[in-house]
Design a protein around this ligand. Sequence first.
Ligand code: TPW
Ligand code: MG
Length: 542
Amino acid sequence: MELGQALLAALKDHGAEGIFGIPGDFALPFFKVVEESGILPLYTLSHEPGVGFAADAAARYNCSLGVAAVTYGAGAFNLVNAIAGAYAERSPVVVISGAPGSAERASGLLLHHQAKTLDSQFRVYREITCDQARLDDPERAPAEISRVLRSALEQSMPVYLELPRDRVTADCAAVERTPPEPVAPDALAECATEILARLEAARAPVLMAGVEIRRYGIEDKVAELARRLGLPVVTSFMGRGLLAGTVAPPLGTYLGVAGRPEITDLIEGSDGLLLLGVILSDTNFGVSRHQIDLRAAIQALGREVRAGYHVYPNIPLDALVEALLARAPRRTARAAAAPSATEYPSGLVADDAPITPTDIARLVNDTLRSHGAMPLAADVGDCLFTAMDIEQTRFAAPGYYAGMGFGVPAGLGIQAATGERPVVLVGDGAFQMTGWELGNCRRYGWDPIVLLFNNRSWEILRVFQPESKFNDLDDWHFADMAGALGGIGDRVTTRAELKSALDRALATRGRFHLIEIMLERGALSETLTRYFEGFKRSRRGP
Ligand code: TPW
Ligand code: MG
């Protein structure tokens, strides 16, 4: 077998379903194998950040590996920010970079795309991936591929593989899967027993679900656990959309001062807070009304469990949830004392009034009810806060790393990965960064519906610093470009126009729809307004 083929077969065997990429001369031989072998479908996009965001979103939605293939230097360095975001948010993206061949490495010349040394790129990626290998030795390559892909899945983190262009067709053995890292059964048992005892003793235990439970594909098991233990369930900001449609749908999302007071009280008043897969970031916890005492909480994240002052290393989340289920009562232990589930705004009035972000949430909620579930992706900006007013549905957004430009390419990644038509929420500033990727929809038959919040502004920055005029953006008339890119564009200024544009989009499949929603500068979502008020209070001090 050839090395390139062995790598592709291994990616598929480890759960990858497609490759997003942009070739270059150092990567052409690998792309040739990708195309000609047909082992995995190849989707080329226009700019490497889009490649990374699409691969990240595909990994998030499929609970398996996403793959981003790029060329050496100019391509790989262009991908760094997207992979840094995947690292921060624990999304297992496999980066495959082409590289100079061995003879070229020895030539003594500077090679094109070389930034500093030939190893600079490897060192940069070592910082933002959990495992790496240069596949320059066909003898060792199968074991290295196996180890690196296992790391990606076990740690739910991005990894890096560098493939020199003269090794792609080298003879090599097939890749065998490396058995999983063993977990000490005694440690697991003791950990599960301690957690159950702490929850049992707590007056007001609560479960907060975070992104890692989706990465490991254990949402149904976590829901079953919550049901049996009678735990009310809330998601973190980043965990938005988790557990929707399970036996334990979340009551809402914890947003500290920016959220529903009942949910905030539930979390901040809990003496038995079980954090499953929750990243302890400022966006998840930064705007707490009362500082949450994490020493009193139980946290499971990144193969480590902390319960009070006890730390259990090497306890994978999926094994932990299994162990808890094995020891939990079969029936609901006690009824959850909890507030009612969040009611989301709905029933858009289709009149001639100007549109607010809440109107957009209303319309999406109406659509999800009448039309059935659709996957959702959001970018950074007020569209992400508006998403908190949308019913819990499958959702991907960079809620912690907050890299702008995620939304549109993530929508493409989601459609490639799931075959379902996504709805993308994106601001005009973020759309300026990666909106062009929509031009790739026609080739692949993708037809996302893009709701573009056009306030001609970096509005969220203006909220924090109103005096700065640089936050004013020009009016780009984005809808006008849709036709040239193979889609359909509508620019809407009233609620009636918004509703009819979305109805039209839903009725027409096969082409992307870009609905450019004109918003007044200063028209903010309710969540962002509350977030900002809380931020001001927290800066003022107690
Ligand atoms: C890659 C900093 C965070 S939010 C924002 C900026 C510049 C403005 C967003 O404008 P948009 O949305 O999309 O029009 P809205 O609702 O505020 O009007 N560069 C990157 N990522 C981030 N997060 C920034 C800059 C930023
Ligand atoms: Mg804007």
